[in-house]
Design a protein around this ligand. Structure first.
Ligand code: CU
Length: 340
C-alpha cells in the first residue's frame, strides 16, 4: 500500500511539475538492394533502408532512448551515422567505420543505442564510402526530434513537409559498388527521390502555417526558391535561430538543414524549385529535376497543369505521418523493387 501511495505521489508530482519520462523506442532498419525510379524510365540501383528512398521517418521526443537494429542484407558493408545527434558519452554509436566501429558486414546486424538530443530536424545516413552510398545509393532518411520546449513560432505550425534534396549521375545507375568519383557530373536531381514531374505537389489550405524541413543529402548546393510567398528561415541544422530571416530563397549545402515557416495566405499554384538552373533537368531534358508545386486546395485543376495529370499520392512529404505523432513510419510511396 505504501508503495502504491509512493507511486501515485511520484506520478502526480511528475504531472504537476510538467516532467515527462523519456520513452524507450525500438526500431529496425533493413538495408536492401532496391531499384527505384527517379523519373520517367530512369531507374537507379540503391542500398535502400527498408526498400525505400528516402528511408523511413524516425520521429521521437527529445530525451528518448532509441534503439535501432540494422540488418545488412546487401553485399557491401555499411554503418549509420545519426547526423546532428550529440551522442554525449556515447561516441561509439556515431556510426563512422574505422573510427567509432567496424562497418556492419554483409549478413550482419548491429544495434545502435542513443539518446535523442538535441531536438530538431536531423537525418541519418550511411558513413561507408559516402561518395557512393550516400550520394548515389539513396542511403538516407529523416530523423525528427520533437522539442520539449517548442518555440512560439513552431507552435503555430499546422502542416509540415519534409524535403530531402539529392542528385544522381545516371552513368552509375546499374553499377552498385562503383561511382562517386570527382569526375562525376550529376544529371538527375530529386526531392524525396523523385524528379519533376514525377514528384507530388504539396497541398495546403488557405490559413495553414506551413513548415518545410529541407535536408541536403547529396553533394551539391541548392538554391530553393518559393514563388508567391516570403518565408521565415526559422531553424538551421535543427536549432532555432534567435532572429529568423525573412526570405524567398535559401541556399542549402550538403548536410545542412533549414526549416522554413510561412503563412499560406495566397491561394493558387506556386512553384518551389532549385534556382540552380542546371538542377532543373532530367538527363538532357530541361524543365525537370528539383522542383515541385505548392498547391492550395480548392484551386480547380487545368488540363495543362503538369502535376494535375498524375494520380495524387498523399504522404510524399511525410505530412500525414508527422500528423500522427511520434513513431516509426515506412512509406509505401517510396518503395522500390527489391533486387536479389
Ligand atoms: Cu553504405
Amino acid at each position: 500500500m505504501r508503495s502504491l501511495v509512493a507511486a501515485l505521489a511520484l506520478t502526480v508530482g511528475l504531472a504537476t511539475s510538467g516532467i515527462t519520462l523519456a520513452a524507450t523506442r525500438n526500431f529496425e532498419l533493413n538495408i536492401q538492394d532496391t531499384k527505384i525510379t527517379l523519373v520517367n524510365k530512369q531507374t537507379y540501383h540503391t542500398f535502400a533502408f527498408n526498400g525505400q528512398v528516402p528511408g523511413p521517418l524516425l520521429y521521437v521526443d527529445e530525451g528518448d532512448d532509441v534503439n535501432v537494429t540494422v540488418n545488412n542484407m546487401t553485399a557491401l558493408s555499411h554503418t549509420i551515422h545519426w547526423h546532428g545527434l550529440l551522442q554525449k558519452d556515447n561516441w561509439k554509436m556515431d556510426g563512422v567505420p574505422g573510427v567509432t566501429q567496424e562497418a556492419i558486414k554483409p549478413g550482419d546486424s548491429f544495434t545502435y543505442h542513443f539518446k535523442a538530443e538535441p531536438a530538431g530536424t536531423l537525418w541519418y545516413h550511411c558513413h561507408v564510402n559516402t561518395n557512393e552510398h550516400v550520394d548515389l545509393r539513396g542511403m538516407w532518411g529523416p530523423l525528427i526530434v520533437k522539442p520539449k520546449h517548442p518555440t512560439a513560432l513552431e507552435k503555430t505550425v499546422t502542416k509540415e513537409f519534409v524535403m530531402m534534396l539529392s542528385e544522381w549521375d545516371s552513368k552509375w545507375a546499374d553499377q552498385p559498388g562503383h561511382g562517386g568519383l570527382p569526375s562525376d557530373r550529376p544529371d538527375y536531381f530529386t526531392i524525396n527521390g523523385k524528379a519533376f514531374p514525377e514528384v507530388q505537389p504539396m497541398r495546403v489550405n488557405k490559413g495553414d502555417v506551413v513548415r518545410i524541413r529541407l535536408i541536403g543529402t547529396g553533394d551539391e548546393t541548392h538554391s530553393i526558391h518559393l514563388h508567391g510567398h516570403d518565408f521565415l528561415i526559422a531553424f538551421k541544422d535543427g536549432q532555432p535561430l534567435a532572429n529568423p530571416i525573412l526570405a524567398d530563397t535559401v541556399l542549402i549545402a550538403p548536410g545542412e538543414r533549414y526549416d522554413l515557416i510561412f503563412k499560406a495566405d495566397n491561394p493558387g499554384r506556386w512553384m518551389i524549385h532549385d534556382h540552380m538552373e542546371s538542377h532543373t533537368v532530367n538527363g538532357q531534358d530541361p524543365m525537370g529535376g528539383m522542383m515541385t508545386v505548392l498547391e492550395y486546395n480548392g484551386i480547380p485543376n487545368d488540363p495543362w497543369y503538369e502535376l494535375g495529370q498524375h494520380k495524387f499520392q498523399p504522404n510524399f512529404y511525410y505530412e500525414d505521418s508527422i500528423k500522427q505523432g511520434e513513431g516509426f513510419y515506412n512509406n509505401d510511396v517510396f518503395k522500390g523493387q527489391l533486387l536479389q
